[in-house]
Design a protein around this ligand. Sequence first.
Ligand code: KG4
Ligand code: ZN
Length: 336
Amino acid sequence: MRLLALETSCDETAAAVVEDGRKLLSSAVASQVDLHAQYGGVFPEMASRQHVLAVYPIVQQALREAHLSLDELDAVAVTRGPGLPGSLVVGVNAAKGLALGSGLPLVGVNHLEGHIYAAWLYRQDPPPAEPRFPILALIVSGGHTELVLIRDHLHYERLGGTLDDAAGEAFDKAARMMGLPYPGGPAIQQAGAEGDPQSFKFPRAWLGDSWNFSFSGLKTAVLRQVQSIKAQRDALPVADLAASFEAAVVEVLVVKTLRAAERFGAASVLVAGGVSANRRLRQEISLRAPLPVHIPPLEFCTDNAAMIAAAGSRRFAAGQRDALDMDVLPTWRLSA
Ligand code: KG4
Ligand code: ZN
Protein backbone atom coordinates (compact mmCIF):
# COMPACT_ATOMS: atom_id res chain seq x y z
CA MET A 1 0.00 0.00 0.00
CA ARG A 2 1.42 3.35 -1.09
CA LEU A 3 0.01 6.78 -0.34
CA LEU A 4 0.81 10.22 -1.63
CA ALA A 5 0.09 12.91 0.96
CA LEU A 6 -0.12 16.69 0.88
CA GLU A 7 0.32 19.08 3.80
CA THR A 8 -0.41 22.83 3.61
CA SER A 9 -1.92 23.64 7.03
CA CYS A 10 0.53 26.40 7.98
CA ASP A 11 3.73 27.66 6.35
CA GLU A 12 5.23 24.53 4.77
CA THR A 13 4.05 23.18 1.43
CA ALA A 14 4.83 19.48 1.57
CA ALA A 15 4.23 16.24 -0.33
CA ALA A 16 5.45 12.72 0.42
CA VAL A 17 5.05 9.10 -0.58
CA VAL A 18 4.98 6.42 2.13
CA GLU A 19 4.73 2.64 1.79
CA ASP A 20 2.75 0.48 4.20
CA GLY A 21 2.20 3.40 6.55
CA ARG A 22 5.80 3.53 7.73
CA LYS A 23 8.45 3.38 5.06
CA LEU A 24 9.43 6.69 3.52
CA LEU A 25 9.79 6.65 -0.26
CA SER A 26 10.06 10.43 -0.60
CA SER A 27 9.42 13.62 1.37
CA ALA A 28 9.56 17.09 -0.17
CA VAL A 29 9.06 20.24 1.92
CA ALA A 30 9.04 23.83 0.63
CA SER A 31 9.35 26.06 3.67
CA GLN A 32 8.03 29.62 3.62
CA VAL A 33 9.98 30.56 6.71
CA ASP A 34 12.08 33.23 4.99
CA LEU A 35 8.94 34.84 3.61
CA HIS A 36 7.29 35.11 7.05
CA ALA A 37 10.41 35.91 9.08
CA GLN A 38 10.20 39.58 8.07
CA TYR A 39 6.76 39.78 9.76
CA GLY A 40 7.88 37.88 12.89
CA GLY A 41 5.23 35.19 12.35
CA VAL A 42 3.03 33.54 9.73
CA PHE A 43 1.12 35.99 7.51
CA PRO A 44 -1.96 33.88 6.52
CA GLU A 45 -2.80 35.57 3.22
CA MET A 46 0.77 35.27 1.98
CA ALA A 47 0.91 31.65 3.17
CA SER A 48 -2.10 30.64 1.05
CA ARG A 49 -0.74 32.34 -2.05
CA GLN A 50 2.65 30.74 -1.58
CA HIS A 51 1.00 27.30 -1.26
CA VAL A 52 -0.75 27.94 -4.61
CA LEU A 53 2.63 28.52 -6.25
CA ALA A 54 4.43 25.62 -4.57
CA VAL A 55 1.89 22.80 -4.31
CA TYR A 56 2.09 21.32 -7.81
CA PRO A 57 5.92 21.43 -8.10
CA ILE A 58 6.25 19.85 -4.66
CA VAL A 59 3.88 16.99 -5.61
CA GLN A 60 5.90 16.40 -8.77
CA GLN A 61 9.11 16.38 -6.75
CA ALA A 62 7.72 13.82 -4.26
CA LEU A 63 6.59 11.50 -7.09
CA ARG A 64 9.89 11.89 -8.95
CA GLU A 65 11.97 11.12 -5.86
CA ALA A 66 9.81 8.05 -5.11
CA HIS A 67 10.22 6.94 -8.79
CA LEU A 68 6.47 6.44 -8.96
CA SER A 69 3.55 7.75 -10.97
CA LEU A 70 0.03 8.30 -9.64
CA ASP A 71 -1.26 5.06 -11.15
CA GLU A 72 1.19 3.10 -8.97
CA LEU A 73 -0.36 4.52 -5.78
CA ASP A 74 -3.37 3.45 -3.70
CA ALA A 75 -4.73 6.74 -2.33
CA VAL A 76 -4.16 10.47 -1.88
CA ALA A 77 -4.16 11.77 1.70
CA VAL A 78 -4.30 15.42 2.71
CA THR A 79 -4.37 17.52 5.86
CA ARG A 80 -7.97 18.62 6.39
CA GLY A 81 -7.36 20.52 9.65
CA PRO A 82 -6.62 22.01 12.09
CA GLY A 83 -4.74 24.92 10.52
CA LEU A 84 -5.09 28.18 8.62
CA PRO A 85 -8.32 27.97 6.55
CA GLY A 86 -6.92 29.54 3.39
CA SER A 87 -3.82 27.36 3.52
CA LEU A 88 -5.77 24.15 4.13
CA VAL A 89 -8.05 24.91 1.16
CA VAL A 90 -5.07 24.92 -1.21
CA GLY A 91 -3.86 21.45 -0.17
CA VAL A 92 -7.34 19.95 -0.02
CA ASN A 93 -8.25 21.27 -3.47
CA ALA A 94 -4.98 20.07 -4.96
CA ALA A 95 -5.57 16.61 -3.43
CA LYS A 96 -9.11 16.54 -4.82
CA GLY A 97 -7.79 17.38 -8.28
CA LEU A 98 -5.23 14.58 -8.07
CA ALA A 99 -7.86 12.12 -6.82
CA LEU A 100 -10.34 13.11 -9.50
CA GLY A 101 -7.79 12.96 -12.28
CA SER A 102 -6.32 9.62 -11.25
CA GLY A 103 -9.40 7.89 -9.81
CA LEU A 104 -7.58 7.30 -6.52
CA PRO A 105 -9.50 7.49 -3.23
CA LEU A 106 -9.18 10.65 -1.11
CA VAL A 107 -8.37 10.47 2.63
CA GLY A 108 -8.64 13.56 4.88
CA VAL A 109 -6.24 13.56 7.83
CA ASN A 110 -6.08 15.43 11.13
CA HIS A 111 -2.77 17.30 11.35
CA LEU A 112 -2.25 16.32 15.01
CA GLU A 113 -2.81 12.65 14.16
CA GLY A 114 -0.13 13.18 11.52
CA HIS A 115 2.31 14.47 14.14
CA ILE A 116 1.62 11.34 16.23
CA TYR A 117 2.18 8.92 13.33
CA ALA A 118 5.49 10.59 12.50
CA ALA A 119 6.82 8.30 15.25
CA TRP A 120 6.17 5.26 13.02
CA LEU A 121 8.15 6.54 10.03
CA TYR A 122 11.54 5.23 8.97
CA ARG A 123 13.85 5.53 5.97
CA GLN A 124 16.05 2.42 6.02
CA ASP A 125 15.20 -1.21 6.80
CA PRO A 126 14.94 -2.75 9.33
CA PRO A 127 12.00 -0.79 10.74
CA PRO A 128 12.51 0.51 14.30
CA ALA A 129 10.29 -0.81 17.13
CA GLU A 130 6.74 0.59 17.14
CA PRO A 131 5.47 2.49 20.19
CA ARG A 132 3.55 0.09 22.47
CA PHE A 133 -0.01 0.81 23.62
CA PRO A 134 -1.24 2.40 25.78
CA ILE A 135 0.80 5.39 24.65
CA LEU A 136 0.98 8.69 26.52
CA ALA A 137 1.53 11.31 23.81
CA LEU A 138 2.66 14.90 24.21
CA ILE A 139 1.97 16.95 21.08
CA VAL A 140 3.82 20.25 21.15
CA SER A 141 3.76 22.53 18.12
CA GLY A 142 3.28 26.15 17.13
CA GLY A 143 -0.48 25.82 17.44
CA HIS A 144 -0.96 23.01 19.98
CA THR A 145 0.10 21.59 23.31
CA GLU A 146 -1.87 18.44 24.08
CA LEU A 147 -1.54 15.46 26.38
CA VAL A 148 -3.29 12.49 24.80
CA LEU A 149 -3.79 8.92 25.93
CA ILE A 150 -3.79 6.48 23.00
CA ARG A 151 -5.05 3.02 23.96
CA ASP A 152 -5.09 1.71 20.37
CA HIS A 153 -4.56 2.92 16.79
CA LEU A 154 -6.75 5.92 15.89
CA HIS A 155 -8.36 6.20 19.36
CA TYR A 156 -7.54 9.30 21.35
CA GLU A 157 -8.46 10.48 24.83
CA ARG A 158 -7.46 14.08 25.32
CA LEU A 159 -6.29 14.53 28.91
CA GLY A 160 -5.48 18.22 28.75
CA GLY A 161 -3.85 21.00 26.83
CA THR A 162 -2.72 24.57 27.02
CA LEU A 163 -5.02 27.16 28.53
CA ASP A 164 -3.30 29.99 26.67
CA ASP A 165 -0.27 29.86 24.36
CA ALA A 166 0.94 26.68 22.69
CA ALA A 167 4.49 25.67 23.66
CA GLY A 168 5.87 26.60 20.22
CA GLU A 169 4.01 29.90 20.30
CA ALA A 170 5.62 30.66 23.68
CA PHE A 171 9.06 29.96 22.13
CA ASP A 172 8.21 32.25 19.19
CA LYS A 173 6.97 35.11 21.42
CA ALA A 174 9.83 34.83 23.94
CA ALA A 175 12.34 34.85 21.08
CA ARG A 176 10.86 38.05 19.73
CA MET A 177 11.20 39.68 23.18
CA MET A 178 14.85 38.67 23.24
CA GLY A 179 15.41 40.10 19.77
CA LEU A 180 15.80 36.65 18.18
CA PRO A 181 14.36 35.77 14.74
CA TYR A 182 11.28 33.73 13.78
CA PRO A 183 10.78 30.80 14.24
CA GLY A 184 11.76 31.24 17.86
CA GLY A 185 12.20 27.60 18.88
CA PRO A 186 15.38 26.87 16.92
CA ALA A 187 16.66 30.41 17.62
CA ILE A 188 16.23 30.02 21.40
CA GLN A 189 17.80 26.56 21.33
CA GLN A 190 20.82 27.91 19.48
CA ALA A 191 21.17 31.09 21.56
CA GLY A 192 20.70 29.19 24.82
CA ALA A 193 23.30 26.51 24.05
CA GLU A 194 26.04 28.59 25.68
CA GLY A 195 23.80 30.00 28.42
CA ASP A 196 23.21 29.04 32.05
CA PRO A 197 19.68 27.61 32.48
CA GLN A 198 19.79 28.47 36.20
CA SER A 199 20.59 32.17 35.76
CA PHE A 200 16.98 33.38 35.74
CA LYS A 201 14.36 31.71 37.97
CA PHE A 202 11.39 31.80 35.61
CA PRO A 203 8.03 30.51 36.92
CA ARG A 204 6.67 27.03 36.19
CA ALA A 205 2.86 26.70 36.02
CA TRP A 206 2.03 23.27 37.47
CA LEU A 207 -1.75 23.85 37.64
CA GLY A 208 -2.26 21.32 40.45
CA ASP A 209 -3.52 17.89 39.45
CA SER A 210 -4.84 18.98 36.08
CA TRP A 211 -3.27 17.84 32.81
CA ASN A 212 -3.39 21.36 31.43
CA PHE A 213 -0.54 23.74 30.68
CA SER A 214 -0.14 27.50 30.80
CA PHE A 215 2.72 29.56 29.41
CA SER A 216 1.34 33.09 29.80
CA GLY A 217 2.88 33.65 33.26
CA LEU A 218 6.27 32.56 31.96
CA LYS A 219 5.91 34.83 28.95
CA THR A 220 5.09 37.82 31.21
CA ALA A 221 8.05 37.01 33.46
CA VAL A 222 10.39 37.02 30.45
CA LEU A 223 8.93 40.33 29.25
CA ARG A 224 9.37 41.96 32.71
CA GLN A 225 12.94 40.70 32.94
CA VAL A 226 13.82 42.00 29.48
CA GLN A 227 12.18 45.37 30.20
CA SER A 228 14.01 45.81 33.51
CA ILE A 229 17.38 44.97 31.93
CA LYS A 230 16.70 47.37 29.05
CA ALA A 231 15.62 50.11 31.52
CA GLN A 232 19.05 49.88 33.09
CA ARG A 233 20.51 50.19 29.59
CA ASP A 234 22.40 46.95 30.01
CA ALA A 235 23.04 44.57 27.12
CA LEU A 236 20.55 41.66 27.11
CA PRO A 237 22.15 38.43 28.34
CA VAL A 238 20.40 36.57 25.52
CA ALA A 239 22.16 33.22 26.03
CA ASP A 240 21.18 33.06 29.73
CA LEU A 241 17.65 34.29 29.09
CA ALA A 242 17.15 31.74 26.30
CA ALA A 243 18.58 28.85 28.32
CA SER A 244 16.49 29.75 31.39
CA PHE A 245 13.30 30.10 29.37
CA GLU A 246 13.89 26.82 27.55
CA ALA A 247 14.58 25.01 30.84
CA ALA A 248 11.32 26.34 32.34
CA VAL A 249 9.21 25.14 29.38
CA VAL A 250 10.94 21.76 29.15
CA GLU A 251 10.71 20.99 32.88
CA VAL A 252 6.92 21.42 32.96
CA LEU A 253 6.42 19.43 29.73
CA VAL A 254 8.61 16.55 30.90
CA VAL A 255 7.34 16.31 34.48
CA LYS A 256 3.64 16.47 33.57
CA THR A 257 4.00 14.00 30.69
CA LEU A 258 5.80 11.44 32.83
CA ARG A 259 3.35 11.94 35.70
CA ALA A 260 0.45 11.25 33.30
CA ALA A 261 2.25 8.22 31.85
CA GLU A 262 2.53 6.75 35.34
CA ARG A 263 -1.04 7.63 36.36
CA PHE A 264 -2.57 6.03 33.24
CA GLY A 265 -0.28 3.01 33.14
CA ALA A 266 1.25 3.87 29.77
CA ALA A 267 3.60 1.35 28.14
CA SER A 268 5.41 4.04 26.17
CA VAL A 269 5.72 7.79 25.78
CA LEU A 270 5.55 9.63 22.46
CA VAL A 271 6.58 13.23 21.88
CA ALA A 272 5.66 14.90 18.60
CA GLY A 273 5.17 18.27 16.89
CA GLY A 274 7.64 21.03 16.02
CA VAL A 275 8.80 21.57 19.61
CA SER A 276 9.76 17.88 19.86
CA ALA A 277 12.75 18.91 17.72
CA ASN A 278 14.07 20.69 20.83
CA ARG A 279 17.34 19.16 21.99
CA ARG A 280 16.80 19.81 25.70
CA LEU A 281 13.28 18.32 25.59
CA ARG A 282 14.49 15.22 23.75
CA GLN A 283 17.38 14.69 26.17
CA GLU A 284 15.48 15.37 29.41
CA ILE A 285 12.48 13.19 28.65
CA SER A 286 14.59 10.30 27.39
CA LEU A 287 16.82 10.54 30.47
CA ARG A 288 14.05 10.79 33.05
CA ALA A 289 11.44 8.39 31.63
CA PRO A 290 11.30 4.92 33.20
CA LEU A 291 9.68 3.59 30.01
CA PRO A 292 10.46 3.66 26.26
CA VAL A 293 10.27 7.13 24.69
CA HIS A 294 9.55 7.59 20.98
CA ILE A 295 10.38 10.90 19.34
CA PRO A 296 10.38 11.16 15.53
CA PRO A 297 13.67 11.88 13.74
CA LEU A 298 14.22 15.66 13.49
CA GLU A 299 13.08 15.91 9.85
CA PHE A 300 9.62 14.55 10.82
CA CYS A 301 9.10 16.73 13.93
CA THR A 302 8.27 19.97 12.15
CA ASP A 303 5.52 20.03 9.53
CA ASN A 304 5.94 17.55 6.68
CA ALA A 305 3.70 15.38 4.51
CA ALA A 306 5.27 12.01 5.34
CA MET A 307 3.49 12.09 8.71
CA ILE A 308 0.18 12.81 6.92
CA ALA A 309 0.83 9.82 4.66
CA ALA A 310 1.57 7.65 7.71
CA ALA A 311 -1.65 8.63 9.50
CA GLY A 312 -3.60 8.56 6.22
CA SER A 313 -2.43 4.97 5.61
CA ARG A 314 -3.90 3.87 8.95
CA ARG A 315 -7.16 5.62 8.10
CA PHE A 316 -7.18 4.16 4.58
CA ALA A 317 -6.51 0.65 5.91
CA ALA A 318 -9.39 1.14 8.37
CA GLY A 319 -11.70 1.86 5.42
CA GLN A 320 -11.85 5.65 5.41
CA ARG A 321 -12.72 7.21 2.03
CA ASP A 322 -13.71 10.86 1.75
CA ALA A 323 -15.98 12.40 -0.85
CA LEU A 324 -14.84 15.05 -3.30
CA ASP A 325 -17.00 17.65 -1.52
CA MET A 326 -14.87 17.24 1.64
CA ASP A 327 -14.44 20.62 3.35
CA VAL A 328 -11.54 21.84 5.49
CA LEU A 329 -11.86 21.76 9.31
CA PRO A 330 -9.67 24.65 10.61
CA THR A 331 -10.43 23.91 14.30
CA TRP A 332 -10.67 20.10 14.10
CA ARG A 333 -9.98 18.43 17.43
CA LEU A 334 -8.30 15.07 17.83
CA SER A 335 -10.89 12.47 18.80
CA ALA A 336 -11.73 8.81 18.36
O1 KG4 B 1 4.68 21.37 14.09
P1 KG4 B 1 5.15 22.66 13.59
O2 KG4 B 1 6.18 22.65 12.48
O3 KG4 B 1 3.96 23.54 13.07
C1 KG4 B 1 2.72 23.54 13.74
O4 KG4 B 1 1.95 22.58 13.54
O5 KG4 B 1 2.52 24.50 14.52
O6 KG4 B 1 5.72 23.48 14.84
C2 KG4 B 1 6.31 24.74 14.69
C3 KG4 B 1 6.74 25.22 16.07
C4 KG4 B 1 7.24 26.67 16.07
O7 KG4 B 1 6.58 27.37 17.11
C5 KG4 B 1 8.74 26.53 16.35
O8 KG4 B 1 9.28 27.62 17.08
C6 KG4 B 1 8.79 25.24 17.14
O9 KG4 B 1 7.82 24.41 16.56
N1 KG4 B 1 10.12 24.61 17.08
C7 KG4 B 1 10.92 24.46 18.15
C8 KG4 B 1 12.14 23.88 17.66
N2 KG4 B 1 12.00 23.68 16.33
C9 KG4 B 1 10.76 24.14 15.99
N3 KG4 B 1 10.74 24.78 19.45
C10 KG4 B 1 11.76 24.54 20.29
N4 KG4 B 1 12.95 24.01 19.90
C11 KG4 B 1 13.18 23.66 18.61
N5 KG4 B 1 14.35 23.14 18.25
ZN1 ZN C 1 2.37 20.85 12.92
